[in-house]
Write a protein that binds this ligand. Structure first.
Ligand code: SF4
Length: 321
């Protein structure tokens, strides 16, 4: 990129025009998104543990394409606060409806699972709970503390927006997660279609508040690509994230969970992800994961360790993450 424009204090690269992409006419995936079906049996330990402890994972709920790989490696991303979400996002496979009561013993069950998996880096996410007075913030806090007490692992929270209310975000921060992740998901123009009841500015304010309130905690966000955004819009979004002080970034291909969800507008070639990753680093993100299969929690432990975030103790026995 030889040219750049100012956006605040950032230099925003200009992408060459004319990178043509094929719009999908069928639901057939391009070659780079096809994966061999793994030989059986590897996921069993993780699957049985999740079932035994009656936990939810976003791996299953969001129909993540990496589940075979992650679960075989005994890594999972746990979803607290139930399996029913109060927001109707157009991309997400998590069921929407009236959520159940919060399970008070969930933090202990979660900590038990993390200990038995031997996780060194734990990612905790949740459904959005607009029905709860604090949006579930205190349950996040309790979950982080329980996992830390039991495992000594580094901990990443991947939170809803808490309506941008600082007191709720601060409640989570009381538990001092190592990484605070909140996804912007898509560019400003597509927020209404993709996230419906969530706001671009609110999500940016969440990340900015964390960085202001607890500068030592790494902030992280992610985008799904292939929903109709232009490359220029992606770069504008990355600049906005950097302006909010966001440290880590994930970029991955959006995949339609079912025909009831938003269609894929285009499949980005892996080389495009490489180029966007390079440009994101040029914009100042400390850590970037960019690729068709990248998700918020994909290899999250490697990203954390790459940024020199290490477990506080040696109470875990296996090297997972
Ligand atoms: S990438 Fe994250 S959500 Fe997907 S299977 Fe792996 S741990 Fe689960």
């Amino acid at each position: 990129m030889s040219q750049a424009v100012d956006k605040g204090s950032l230099l925003l690269p200009i992408v060459p025009a004319g990178e043509s992409q094929e719009a999908p006419r069928t639901r057939r995936l391009p070659e780079w998104l096809k994966r061999p079906i793994p030989a059986g049996g590897g996921m069993g330990f993780t699957r049985d543990l999740v079932a035994e402890l009656k936990l939810e994972t976003v791996c299953e709920s969001a129909r993540c394409p990496n589940r075979s790989e992650c679960w075989t490696a005994r890594t999972a991303t746990f979803m607290i606060l139930g399996e029913v979400c109060t927001r109707p996002c157009g991309f997400c496979a998590v069921p929407r409806g009236k959520p159940e009561a919060v399970a008070e013993d969930e933090p202990d069950r979660l900590a038990e699972a993390c200990a038995r998996l031997g996780l060194k880096h734990v990612v905790i996410t949740s459904v959005t709970r607009d029905d709860l007075p604090d949006g579930g913030a205190d349950h996040f806090r309790r979950s982080v503390l329980a996992v830390r007490a039991r495992t000594g692992a580094t901990i990443e929270v991947l939170t809803p927006d808490f309506d941008g209310i600082p007191a709720r975000i601060d409640r989570v921060l009381e538990s001092r997660p190592d990484v605070f992740n909140h996804n912007l998901e898509t560019v400003a123009r597509l927020q209404q279609a993709v996230r419906r009841k969530s706001q671009y500015a609110t999500s940016l304010s969440v990340l900015a508040h964390v960085k202001k309130a607890a500068p030592e905690i790494k902030t992280k966000s992610g985008l799904m690509l292939g929903l109709g955004e232009s490359t220029e819009e992606v770069l504008e979004t990355l600049a906005d994230l950097r302006f909010a002080g966001c440290d880590f970034l994930t970029l991955g291909q959006y995949l339609q969970p079912s025909t009831r969800h938003l269609p894929v507008v285009r499949y980005l070639h892996p080389s495009e992800f490489d180029e966007l990753g390079r440009m994101a680093r040029a914009l100042g993100f400390q850590e970037v994961a960019s690729g068709p299969f990248v998700r918020s929690s994909y290899h999250a432990g490697e990203m954390a360790r790459s940024a020199d975030i290490e477990p506080a103790s040696n109470t875990v026995t296996a090297d997972r993450g």
